[in-house]
Design a protein around this ligand. Structure first.
Ligand code: AMP
Ligand code: MG
Length: 416
């Protein structure tokens, strides 16, 4: 086992060479799920002016001190302030202005009496003529039903720090502040290359001995899941010229990462290896990992390169363990992984490598129990379809008795 690389040591070594990608400016509606590359400071107050939070009458609160239902105060109505307009004069002593929600407070007024506390109730659907006086049935405190200038956001304030993930509410705040474009971290472009003479793409007939290329589709979907931009290339055949040509095509796409699958297990990788050594700096590692022992890592003309195993489950697991953290680092996203503690529901035998076993989870009396999905062969992709998660059996463990506490990397959302 001593010639096998520890998973964490290998990942640390990979991450040492990875730096976050630079910023780009994109239009606000495209920015959902992106990461802010600069802190956003408010250039203006929000709301930009004091305004009413109710439909009603803007008053001087001191005029309403004695107002009660059985002792109304009468005020002279001197103007109408619909939303979207500005008052053309102030509210003096003994006066009130009819005001709608969101309309600016007129000078002089410091509170709003909601319409239901007046005798001037109006039908919301129709326009009612402005009354000349209004009877007020309750008093108001200064500031009541008024949204003050800058009450939400103050001009100059840091509103969204660098690194913020943009959700609907952050996009709303940016729109409120007038941002048409936002600076976000660029998403990693990931070139994906399947290699193998046995592979047929989906538009090719399956002649004897051929199988469909699934890895490039799985990997492209994983790249999207982790916010990268997948670039699928045509299948490379197992000969020097074709592999060289496809890697050059990959480079022409200006990728931030290149992924290839297959051709890194002992005995089969000569062609891929020969080309990689010619055009890049490549190390072949045997990792203390199951599935996914063989992994090539290095760089081709400065672009980080992963040679993932060909077996479909191994390709997915090695992506999750090694490629996902790289994409997160490049895109300035936290490397948080959905992990959950479980009890094993059966005896499990392992070979001492760190193992990621496909499991189904069930909730039994409030405790999550993990059971293997069946065969753990790294070629059986349907085991990933059945799996709720990957049970992580640590290095060195060869027998894990039923009832042991372990961690599961969740592959889907589960209701606990
Ligand atoms: P290799 O690494 O070339 O020895 O491939 C290991 C296994 O993975 C073989 O059974 C291959 O046929 C299979 N395989 C390799 N590439 C792919 C692919 N792109 N899609 C599906 N299976 C693959
Ligand atoms: Mg092969």
């Amino acid at each position: 086992m001593s010639d096998l690389w520890n998973v964490d040591v290998a990942l640390d070594r990979i991450l040492q060479g990875i730096t976050p990608l630079p910023a780009e400016r994109i239009s606000l509606p495209d920015s959902l799920d992106r990461v802010l590359a600069e802190g956003i400071y408010a250039q203006a107050n929000l709301p930009p002016f004091a305004n009413s939070s109710m439909d009603g009458y803007a008053v001087r609160s001191s005029d309403t001190t004695d107002a009660r239902r059985d002792h109304p105060v009468s005020l002279r109505v001197n103007m109408d302030i619909p939303a979207g307009t500005a008052a053309d004069c102030g509210v003096g002593q003994g006066e009130a202005a009819r005001i709608m929600t969101g309309a600016p407070m007129p000078p002089g007024a410091d509170a709003v009496i909601p319409v239901e506390y007046t005798d001037a109730s109006w039908c919301p659907a129709g326009h009612v003529a402005l009354p000349s006086t209004v009877r007020i049935y309750r008093n108001a405190q200064p500031g009541e039903n008024v949204r003050q200038i800058g009450e939400d956001i103050r001009a100059g304030q840091l509103v969204l720090p660098v690194g913020t993930l943009l959700r609907a509410q952050e996009i709303g705040v940016l729109a409120s502040l007038g941002y048409m474009y936002v600076p976000v971290s660029r998403q990693p472009r990931v070139a994906i290359l399947s290699t193998g003479d046995e592979l047929a793409d989906l538009d090719e007939p399956l002649t004897p001995g051929k199988i469909h290329d699934s890895n490039s589709y799985t990997l492209a979907a994983l790249v999207k899941t982790f916010h990268g931009i997948p670039i699928r290339l045509p299948i490379a055949r197992d000969n020097l010229d074709d592999v060289r040509r496809r890697f050059n095509e990959a480079l022409a796409q200006r990728p931030d990462v290149i992924l290839s699958s297959a051709g890194v297990s002992v005995g089969a990788f000569d062609v891929v290896r020969a080309v990689l050594e010619e055009i890049g700096k490549i190390e072949f590692w045997r990792i203390n990992l199951r599935p996914g022992k063989p992994l090539a890592y290095g760089s081709i003309r400065g672009v980080p390169f992963f040679g993932l195993p060909g077996n479909p489950v191994s390709a997915m697991v090695t992506f999750d363990v090694f490629v996902r953290p790289v994409l997160c680092r490049m895109g300035s996203r936290p490397e948080s992984t959905a992990m959950i503690g479980v009890l094993t529901g059966e005896d499990i035998h392992s070979d001492g490598r760190r193992s990621y076993l496909r499991v189904k989870l069930s909730n039994e009396d409030g405790q999550l129990i993990a059971r293997l999905t069946g065969t753990q062969s790294s070629g059986v992709l349907s085991s990933m379809v059945l799996a709720d998660g990957l049970l992580i059996v640590p290095e060195g463990a060869t027998h894990v008795p039923a009832g042991s506490q372990l961690q599961v990397r969740l592959l889907r959302y589960i209701n606990q």
